[in-house]
Design a protein around this ligand. Sequence first.
Ligand code: 0O2
Length: 210
Amino acid sequence: MEEEISELEFYGDSLLLYDSVLIELSSRINIIRKSSVLHNERDPIENVKTRIKSPKSMINKLKMKGLEPKAENIEGNITDAAGMRVICTYIDDVYKVSSILAAQKDINVLEVKDYIKNPKPSGYRSYHMIVELPIYIGDTNKTVCAEIQFRTLSMDFWASLEHQIRYKHDIPSHKMIEAELRRCADEVASVEMNFLTIRDMINSLKENQS
Ligand code: 0O2
């Protein structure tokens, strides 16, 4: 069996840049969380995950774009070598947290894909933002890209299960399974809206009491 190439073997020196951009973004997200709590607001974030795209997945992506599968070809062609997933509690938290981050002066938003307003045909919902920001290594700096996926708990629940069941598996598309997964996505979204309504009802009851 062919041995998988390690991250360091494939990415070389760029690995430090991708690691560093994820450290930087995680720290900014942490500050947003701490600031909310300090101002007696609810923490809008449930958890944060980061990943460097696996060499195997990156090699496939480069090949699909007609590029030679080497790390030098990532810059300028592929923006999700570094990826962060921010799991928020409610939909309004997704828009609030993403806009706070987007407003930071040294962060440049290159692209936004709002799969919450426009879900993918699969039923996938998330808010994707491609950003670039300066990363300082010693006394030099370089602009590095990352993909941030903002989603709610329920969107993450659906996407994780769907990913395990189907996404990236080499199975022929099956209309009935696809329709069922879309139905589940709609149901999960509708349950989420119910929770939002209950939350707002509780908040207005609290306001009326005070
Ligand atoms: P991984 O392992 O998560 O990195 P592009 O990445 O630009 O070539 P595309 O489709 O234009 O391709 O990008 P898009 O729409 O922004 O989505 C890319 C990522 O979103 C995927 O990354 C998944 O993480 C997630 N995603 C998109 N569609 C689906 C879906 O139908 N189901 C699930 N579960 N996740 C989805 P990668 O690179 O494919 O994989």
